[in-house]
Each structure stands twice: as structure tokens, then as C-alpha cells.
Write a protein that binds this ligand. Structure first.
Ligand SMILES: [Zn+2]
Length: 265
């Protein structure tokens, strides 16, 4: 067994009960206990195994002192303790332990990502994709997976097929539910109808609702290419939207300049 080179430490043959002792708090560097167990270089299951516990009294957070260099913390925090042993400790920390704790502290491996965290990550990802107009095929590139693994090894990024279907649909459903909830309480709404021809010659209608605090909701985008856009047709579609939210909530309707829309008015 090796000790720190400055020979400050004294070894005691102790049992575990001695570790949690009030006396430790007042002990000086020269008498900190070093246990003979677990100095074999085997990585600890729990970082606390590498620290002496400082008992701060009932109900208080436990303090810690490093067994290798005697640095003390009035409150032991696992992450801080791991990063201390991995990189900062001047004591003779076995290489195996340093490596293991380095990975734990900086790569978050032990914490397999839970479902809720994964869902939140995927939601943020799909928002970024949609708002930035990024192609779904970009996410099948192995460098994207490399990037996510560098941040958190426990996260498995979704494949493009899942992004373009279930994750996108789930986010769209979230937005619709949120919009319906907000619109159900809103008053003095304005419905704006805009129509244009897409590059693929589809006739697209956008129904946008503006609430009093200037909040805009894209209520629906419809492809009406297959229909004749008569005044009657337009009027029907507009009434459909108004009725689905509540006719009485609307104070104005604004059309784009298209002539058939003007007739619908
Ligand atoms: Zn240390």
C-alpha cells in the first residue's frame, strides 16, 4: 500500500464504525484515518467510500474529508467529490479510481437517461428541426450521434423515421392542445386568412388567429388544391374555423387580397 509522499498520514486499523465519529471534525491533518480496505485500485461503488465522513450533527448534511489529501468539505457533494478525486486531488489516488471517477464526473455514464429526460430532449430537438427547417436526413448522420454521446452517453438520439412521425406528431398534438386551451379563454379574436400557391402548385390556405395581446396562432394550414375556390367554398371554410372556436369570440376577419376571398366577405 502506498501513501502520499509527504508522509502526513497515519494509518489506523479501524472498523467502519469509527469512520462516522464526531471526533473527526476536530481532527488535524496528521491524524485523519486511512482505511486499509479499498486501496487496491478497485473503483469504488460509491464515491463516499473514498472519503471520511464528517458528522455535522443530527439532520445536517454530512461533511467529507478526502482520504488521500485531507481536503475537507463542510457538506459533501458527490459530483464535487468525484471531480476532486478525478482531477484535483494532490494525494496518491490509484489510477483506476481516477479514471473511473473522471468518466463518472464528466460523462454522466452511470445515470442512464430516464424517460422524462429523453422526452424533453426529443421535444427540444424537434422544435429546433422544425423552426430551422433542417432536413430529417441530417439526423441519420453518425456525427449527430457522436455529438449527443459527447453530451450524455445515456441518451439515444431518435432515428429520422421516429423524428418525422411519432415525435413530430406528439409535438404537434402538444401545440394544438395548448392553443385550444388558450383560445378557449380568449376574447376579441381576429381571424386572418391568407392563401398562396406553393412551389408544387398546391393551393394553401392559412387560418391565423390573432388574440388581443397580439399573440398569433396558426390555427390551420389547409391544402385546398382539389377544390374549386368559389366564394361559397371559402365562406364555408371560414365559418368552419369560426364555429370550431366559437363565433362570439371573434370581432374581426381579415382577408388577403385574393378576389374570391373578397367575395366571401
Ligand atoms: Zn484529495
Amino acid at each position: 500500500m502506498e501513501y502520499a509522499a509527504n508522509n502526513e498520514y497515519t494509518e489506523y486499523a479501524t472498523n467502519n464504525d469509527d469512520r462516522i465519529s464526531n471526533d473527526l471534525v476536530s481532527e488535524t491533518a496528521s491524524s485523519i484515518q486511512i482505511e486499509s480496505s479499498n486501496n487496491s485500485g478497485r473503483p469504488p461503488a460509491d464515491v463516499w467510500e473514498e472519503f471520511n465522513t464528517i458528522n455535522n450533527g443530527a439532520g445536517k448534511h454530512k461533511g467529507a474529508s478526502c482520504r488521500y489529501c485531507n481536503q475537507k468539505w463542510s457538506r459533501g457533494r458527490a459530483h464535487e467529490m468525484k471531480s476532486h478525486l478525478a482531477l484535483k486531488c494532490k494525494g496518491n489516488v490509484p489510477r483506476e479510481i481516477r479514471l473511473k471517477l473522471f468518466v463518472d464526473a464528466y460523462y454522466d455514464v452511470k445515470e442512464a437517461i430516464n424517460k422524462a429526460k429523453e422526452k424533453r430532449a426529443n421535444q427540444s430537438l424537434i422544435k429546433w428541426i422544425v423552426y430551422s427547417g433542417i432536413s430529417f436526413s441530417a439526423f441519420d448522420n453518425p456525427y449527430f450521434e457522436d455529438y449527443t454521446k459527447a453530451l450524455n452517453l445515456g441518451y439515444n438520439p431518435p432515428k429520422r423515421s421516429a423524428l418525422a412521425t411519432s415525435i413530430l406528431d406528439a409535438e404537434a398534438a402538444n401545440i394544438i392542445i395548448k392553443m385550444d386551451k388558450e383560445l378557449s379563454k380568449a376574447k376579441n379574436l381576429t381571424l386572418c386568412i391568407d392563401s398562396w400557391c406553393s412551389p408544387l402548385k398546391h393551393s394553401i390556405y392559412a387560418f391565423v388567429i390573432i388574440a388581443s395581446e397580439r399573440k398569433q396562432y396558426v390555427y390551420s394550414l389547409r391544402d385546398f388544391s382539389k377544390f374549386t375556390h368559389s366564394a361559397k367554398f371559402n365562406a364555408e371554410k371560414i365559418i368552419e374555423v369560426l364555429e370550431s372556436i366559437g363565433l362570439k369570440k371573434f370581432t374581426a376577419i381579415v382577408f388577403d387580397a385574393e378576389s374570391s376571398m373578397m367575395v366571401a366577405k
